[in-house]
Structure formats: C-alpha cells, structure tokens
Design a protein around this ligand. Structure first.
Ligand SMILES: Cc1cc2nc3c(=O)[nH]c(=O)nc-3n(C[C@H](O)[C@H](O)[C@H](O)COP(=O)(O)O)c2cc1C
Length: 317
C-alpha cells in the first residue's frame, strides 16, 4: 500500500471513547492525514448492533477512514465481513493491543499476542473477501518475558498485512512506563525494503517525538494518541516543524475556539444532553494547563447544556 492511500504519515490513533466522528473531524481539520475509528467489536458488527453502527458513522466529507475491529478469532470477522464492506473502509485494522480485562478474557485485543497464528487466520479471512488493505496494531508482547513482536509481525505480513503499527509497550505495562524506542528501530530494520508501511505508537506527545520516530527509527509514520487528546493542534505543529523547522503553539483563544467548535459538533451529532456529557473529558483536556482553568473545571463537570458549557469555557478568556 502506498502511504498516499492513507493521506500521509500522521494519523489519529484509535482511542475508544474519544475518536468518534466529531474528534476525527477536528483532527483532520488541523492536519491529521487520516484517523482510525474507535475499536469496533467484530461480533457486534456481524450482528449489526446499533452501538456498533453508531461507531462507524463518518463525518461529512471524511474521505479516508481506517476501521479497527477487535475479536478473538477469524469466525466473527468472517461473519462481520458483509456489513464491514458496506462501510467501505480505507484500511481494515485488527486490534491486538487492547489490555482491558473484559476484552482480553475473550481472547481478543492483546490476548492475540499469545496466539500469533490466529492473527494470520484473521488476516487471511479478510483477504479472501476483499482487496482493501489490512493492518494490525500490536504490542511488544504479553509481558517482558514473552516479547514476540517481530515473530508476530512476520505472521501478519506473511498473511498479507500491508501496514503494521507497533505500540511499543507490553500488555503488562498497559499505558504506563515508557515506550521502547529501540523496538521501533528493530521493526524497521526487520522489514526494510518490504514495502510494508510501518507505524509507531507510544509516548508521542510532541512534534519532536513524532519526528524522532520517523527520522531516527526509520518508521513510515506515527499514530498520535494521548498526545492528541485536547491537543489536536499537534498535527499542524508537526507539519509546520517539517516545513519550517519550527512551529507555533496555539493561543488560549484558539484552544477555546477549537474546543467550542468540537462541542458544537458533538451537540449537533448526538443531541445536547449526550453531546455535552461526552464532551466533558475532551474539554478538561483542552483547558489543562491554561492559567485559571482549574476554577472552571467544576462548572464544566456540572454543565448539561450547550449554553452552560459555552459560558463556563468563555470565562477562561
Ligand atoms: C483512552 C484510550 C483508548 C484507547 N483505545 C484504543 C483502541 O480502541 N484501539 C487501539 O488499538 N488502541 C487504543 N488505545 C491505545 C492508543 O491507540 C495508543 O496505542 C497508546 O495510547 C500509546 O500511545 P501514547 O503513549 O502516545 O498515548 C487507547 C489508549 C487510550 C489512552
């Protein structure tokens, strides 16, 4: 797959509870080349569940969309294929990294790191039905005693994966500790000349972090995850860094204005009540670090209407 298929090297990572169509729209508007859905249950998709369908809605004009599935085996993925193809994803990604017990105990998410042959079967199942590129997002291994990312990636590549995204932590680490940058270099060395797109995930909090993964570790691109929550400006900053060698940070006014735009999108997509409730966590992240923001946190936490939220945000300025 050519990187142009996904628009470029800077992607908004899948973030369950965050990367809905409103956040993807904001991130794309600020320079994200493409964005990944929240993780979607293959079983839920096979059953055409209402919750699953909602996760797969695109924002108007969303021309590229990576859909991430999770499931324990090829069986639900096979049954989900008809419905999945109806959404015409740009890339189909398989989640092999989710550490949440509810997911892992079914054999899905990072449990697949303990069952590498299964990822081969899942990918082949998809490839039997479609030419849409398949990618895999995986971890270093289950824990520090079972690091197997290269073996795992080999099985995925052999089955036909055209993109590999390594979150350079083990399942046991969850989201703590630091991502192992050496592993990114090992991955790019291992797949040198293969034509497979190699992405890195883990501790990408600044444009410099992103550029280090590309320039020093030799990766094709980067997924921004926690570093983009409340800070979608990171995409624009990274592109500015490449073009000009430096970048400017958003002003407080711009942060509030983008937060308000995000809020209005949420309300227009989900209605006032749900939109405001779901927006709280984003707003807390947008205002983090702005002088005087701590005094409005309570108000944001309690606001249930667009007017109340807008008023609370405006008092920061
Ligand atoms: C709240 C939250 C939700 C996440 N949801 C997903 C998910 O649905 N699918 C997935 O592959 N990774 C998910 N991740 C992992 C991120 O995509 C990313 O790999 C991880 O946060 C490491 O990057 P970072 O250290 O730069 O945040 C999630 C992470 C967080 C913090």
């Amino acid at each position: 797959m050519d990187i142009k298929t996904i628009g470029g090297p800077f992607i908004l990572a899948p973030l369950a509870g965050y990367t809905d169509k409103a956040f993807r729209e904001i991130a794309r508007g600020l320079g994200a080349d493409t964005a990944v859905s929240e993780m979607v249950s293959a079983e839920g998709l096979a059953r055409n569940g209402e919750k699953t369908k909602a996760l797969l809605e695109r924002f108007p004009g969303e021309d590229r969309f990576i859909i991430q599935l999770f499931g324990p085996s090829d069986d639900p993925v096979r049954r989900a294929m008809d419905n999945l193809l109806g959404y015409n994803p740009t890339v189909i990604d398989i989640n092999c990294g989710c550490p949440v017990p509810k997911v892992v105990k079914t054999g899905a998410g990072s449990a697949l790191m303990k069952n590498p042959q299964m990822i081969g079967r899942i990918i082949k199942t998809i490839k039997e039905r479609t030419d849409i590129p398949v990618s895999v997002k995986f971890r270093l291994g289950w824990d520090s005693d079972s690091i197997n990312f290269l073996e795992f990636a080999d099985i995925a590549a052999e089955a036909g994966a055209e993109m590999l995204t390594l979150h350079a932590r083990t399942r046991a680490q969850g989201y703590s500790g630091t991502a192992d940058r050496k592993a990114f270099s090992m991955l790019s060395e291992h797949f040198k000349g293969s034509g497979i797109l190699l992405f890195g995930s883990g501790d990408v909090f600044t444009p410099e972090d992103a550029m280090a993964l590309i320039n020093d570790s030799g990766l094709s691109g980067v997924m921004f995850a926690r570093g983009a929550i409340g800070n979608p400006f990171i995409f624009r900053e990274t592109k500015e860094l490449i073009e000009k060698g430096c970048y400017s940070l958003p002003s407080t006014e711009e942060k509030i204005s983008v937060a308000l735009k995000h809020l209005r999108l949420m309300v227009s997509y989900y209605g006032e009540n749900t939109g405001c409730r779901e927006m709280r966590k984003h707003l807390m992240a947008y205002i983090k670090g702005i002088p005087g923001s701590s005094r409005v946190k309570n108000e944001i936490g309690q606001a249930v209407t667009l007017e109340e939220m807008t008023k609370a945000l405006s008092t920061i300025l």
